[in-house]
Design a protein around this ligand. Sequence first.
Ligand SMILES: *Cc1c(COP(=O)(O)O)cnc(C)c1O
Length: 462
Amino acid sequence: MKYVSTRGEAPSLDFAEVTLAGLASDGGLYVPESWPQFSAEDIAAMRGLPYAELAARVMEPFVGDSLTPERLRELTAKAYGRFAHKAVTPLVQLDEQHWVLELFHGPTLAFKDVALQMLGLLFEEFLSREKGSLTIVGATSGDTGSAAIDAVAGLDNVEIFMLHPKGRVSDVQRRQMTTVRAPNVHNIAIDGSFDDAQAMVKRIFADRDVTAKHRIGAVNSINWARLMAQVVYYFAASLQLGGPERSLAFSVPTGNFGDVFAGHVAARMGLPIEKLIVATNVNDILHRALAEGDYSAGSVTPTSAPSIDIQVSSNFERLLFDVGGRDGLALAEQMRGFDASKAMRLTNAQTEGAALFTSARADEGDTAQAMRWAYENCGEMLDPHTAIGLHAARAADIAPTVPVVTLATAHPAKFPDAVERATGLRPGLPARVGDLFAREESFVELSGTYEAVRDHIMGHAS
Ligand SMILES: *Cc1c(COP(=O)(O)O)cnc(C)c1O
């Protein structure tokens, strides 16, 4: 399998190369050259497989020659063996039509573990083969940082520098990053916002003084391997609820468009999907883009669902490429226009090609209402992100015979204040992270200047 850039000019790469690469050299994102196809019989033959086996089947065509099927199965067994639930991504029924797919049974209680536990092993595998090393630099508003640190802590050939905006991540989120004591983990709190941290990371990737000495790697969802791992649970849910004979709808709380793009990939591969519901909070650029063709970024409004408080959705470019005729040079032109003005219109081909998607937006009242509804009617506590997904799932116009699955992207205990405000009950941390508040923290605080961050990384990367 070869991977091509959405902007048409970077060299194509194989799976091992694309896993270790960040952005493509032309500024685009990598996507598979073509979509692997599964027939209804192929999908039916996956029924009853343990999650790790299913994962290996779904990933195999994407991995191509980069791993033998046996090695791939060993890696999925190791990655998903660390989950606290035997089913890895269990389904919970809410009512006659609605289900929740719990993606938060990994080590850091966020759905990002599903992809990052696998990505950490892939880094280790591909780096040891070429005796190379990788310096990961990332910015986090909370969940990516902790999931990435857990996934790579203790690896020999990977170092991770994770920037978070000081005072703007929750205590649970910060402690999940800063209490991991491994020599290859470096936490940095910066004065500034998440966007400031993110902008510094982008500069590091483009800074030749840094890249001449260190190979810089990415753990956010511009990394293709993350999306590939997320395709698996769409298959898992479908197989539980009557697929491939029955088509399902999925509602996905969306920020960077990675998780819901994985649903698009599943559909392209042949999984019957009725609708993909893009659920946003008041930071609704994606809702406006899908409903009106208006992709224009405003400023970010902080909400109770901080992991989707974003305005520019990197993975949306992958969708525009795939549904708009796969014309990299035309898309590069369109994206240059967006970079200059922070606004663009979708083309007719892009709007028509995105017909599988619908969208809805939840304000803070809708989010609290959905948490209350799930608790009072089903006894289920949902985190605010999942509640936004459920609000959109219930608002969408889906035939009553079609099951609607809302992706639960975080454990409610990651956002205890918002859950308590809505339901009156404070969710407790699961026992497996129980001593989080007793462990010692370690992080450095740096001023918000780029030079301070760069010098720290250059001084501490081995
Ligand atoms: C990262 C995250 C999301 C958004 O996922 P994307 O792939 O960026 O759309 C949603 N909910 C939670 C809890 C997250 O951590």
